[in-house]
Ligand binder design. Structure first.
Ligand SMILES: [Zn+2]
Length: 292
């Protein structure tokens, strides 16, 4: 589980979200057996997506964040619900890159390409925002997405520490968004604190307590904490859903697999759970879905 704090500057100028995601990232690492570089990349994307999920308004809303870069780790995708519970995967979980100047080469692992954000808010059509991946360091790309696609001035900072064996020691993220009619002096105070906010790795390593981090990054800015609650890595896949997805496969292909193997096995790309279906299982699903 991770801990997420939601706060607001006292004058209502900015929303502040702080997530300690160490456990969430370690869980993702275990599920996907990621090498250190993909752990850092996926961990950052999961942390950012969880924070972005918290900006959604209603239950049932969700957000998908997809870094479609040409780097060594391939595409990285994460989905969050409106509370910040996330799931995700990285295309090449075992590719490790050498460090650059002692730092994990997140930018090299992500590469160049597009950042696609899909928000499902229950409307007929989901909201889709596509921006170019800039630095590939994730945090800056998220801020650019908000500025360009949603016209919301945003500060995003993400950080993580892994030990020499790749275990997650600390991880976390900060998202600060200006609200309409933000006061100029609050904007200036946040800008003054930007160098501190940017040090997310050190902040979460030194103080895993969100409240202490809030006090540090909002130095000189009165703020109120709205709430703090637990979020986690959560996959909502089910045998039913996987079975229905099978019906979208070409029936001839499906038949050929069944003849050859006797059953078809599908794995969930978010949690690696495996589900096996025989020919008669699929017939049953067809009948249930009225497609017999
Ligand atoms: Zn799953």
């Amino acid at each position: 589980m991770g801990k997420l704090l939601r706060g607001l500057t006292a004058d209502g100028s900015a929303q502040v979200l702080i997530l300690n995601s160490a456990d969430m990232v370690e869980e993702a690492k275990k599920i996907h057996q990621t090498a250190p570089t993909p752990t850092a990349v996926l961990g950052r994307v999961l942390t950012a997506t969880s924070l972005m999920g918290c900006t959604l308004k209603d239950k049932g809303n969700n957000i998908t964040v997809n870094f479609r870069g040409d780097g060594k780790c391939g595409h990285v995708l994460a989905v969050s619900d409106y509370m910040g519970n996330v799931k995700g995967y990285v295309q090449n979980p075992t590719v490790d890159l050498p460090k650059v100047n002692g730092k994990t080469d997140v930018a090299g692992a992500v590469g160049k390409g597009t950042l696609n954000v899909v928000k499902d808010t229950g409307e007929k059509e989901p909201y889709i925002g596509i921006t170019n991946i800039g630095s590939g360091e994730i945090a800056g790309d998220i801020a650019t997405y908000y500025a360009e696609s949603e016209q919301i001035p945003t500060v995003c900072s993400l950080g993580m520490k892994l030990d020499s064996r790749g275990k997650v020691i600390s991880a976390g993220g900060i998202l600060i968004q200006l609200l309409p009619f933000a006061a100029e002096e609050t904007i200036q105070a946040i800008e003054k604190n930007l160098p501190i906010i940017a040090e997310a790795s050190a902040l979460f390593e030194q103080a895993p307590d969100n409240m202490a981090i809030a006090e540090t990054i909002l130095k000189g800015i009165p703020f109120d904490v709205f709430d703090e609650y637990e979020v986690g890595y959560h996959c909502d896949c089910s045998r039913d859903r996987m079975g229905r997805a099978l019906l979208t496969i070409n029936p001839v292909q499906l038949y050929n697999i069944l003849v050859e193997d006797g059953a078809i096995e599908v794995g969930c790309q978010f949690c690696n759970n495996k589900f096996s279906f025989t020919g008669s299982d699929i017939e049953e699903i067809r009948k249930k879905e009225g497609k017999a």
